[in-house]
Design a protein. Structure first.
Length: 251
């Protein structure tokens, strides 16, 4: 593909300074897109990334706390004022904590509420705030970063799995509701060689890789390339889930 395939387009990536988020930002910038690096609590990291992306001076960091609906509407106003448009929203912000599925008491009400607030309500709130700009684009796109855990029910904890299943269901619902002006897709990775995986015991990651037909976990750049494909090549796809899991559900 050519380096300018997304020239003139503007994308906002929530959680953009993280491992997967930064790879997505780099892929979009490399295709000519202006990238808004969304952050909640890592302003310096987001600003540094924006300055390092291809097309220096074109990108910037944007405060986008996904659990703050009023703040998201303010962010939308800022995007409209400074960029004049938004073509792509990548709902990448999310969180989890490891709790064995059998440890019902170990998954507190507070963690359940936090995971659902960020991973589900937060993604919806971003779409709600930014939908007017995306509609005006004429070719708006939302990409939700989901997880194979939403399909398999195997993941860091029960609430996390439920949150990703809800995100995939939301993708289908919004794909119908926002068509034809806005397409909505999920990119659904398995384990990814990023910050969370590297915080886990190496033997756990090796075990997960051994259970995946392709024999390894995903690289952040592979998730990013799926997002890029949604933006550049999958122009007649909406409401669908794109797996980037190495065949993990096959066992």
């Amino acid at each position: 593909m050519t380096g300018g395939e997304l020239s003139g387009r503007v994308a906002l990536v929530t959680g953009g300074a993280g491992g997967i988020g930064s790879a997505i930002c780099a892929a979009l910038a490399g295709a000519g897109c202006t990238v808004l690096v969304g952050y909640a609590g890592q302003a310096g990291r987001a600003e540094a990334l924006a300055g390092e992306l291809d097309g220096e001076g074109r990108h910037r960091a944007v405060l986008a706390r996904v659990d703050d609906s009023a703040g998201l509407h303010a962010a939308a106003d800022s995007v409209r004022a400074l960029e004049g448009r938004l073509d792509i929203l990548v709902n990448n912000a999310g969180l989890t904590t490891p709790v064995p599925h059998h440890d019902l008491d170990g998954l507190s009400d507070e963690w359940i509420d936090t995971i659902l607030r960020v991973n589900v309500r937060g993604a919806f709130a971003c779409v709600r705030a930014l939908a007017p700009l995306l509609r005006e684009s004429g070719d708006g796109l939302v990409v939700n970063i989901s997880s194979v855990a939403g399909q398999t029910g195997l993941g860091s904890n029960v609430a996390y799995c439920a949150s990703k299943a809800a995100l995939d269901s939301m993708t289908r619902s919004l794909g119908r509701a926002l068509a034809p002006e806005i397409r909505v897709l999920s990119v659904s990775p398995g384990w990814v060689d990023g910050e969370y995986a590297r915080s886990m015991p190496p033997e756990l990651i090796r075990a997960q890789a051994s259970l995946t037909p392709l024999g390894r976990i995903a690289r952040p750049q592979e998730v990013a390339r799926a997002v890029l494909a949604a933006a550049t090549h999958l122009s007649f796809s909406t409401g669908c889930i794109i797996p980037v899991d190495g065949g993990r559900p096959l066992g």
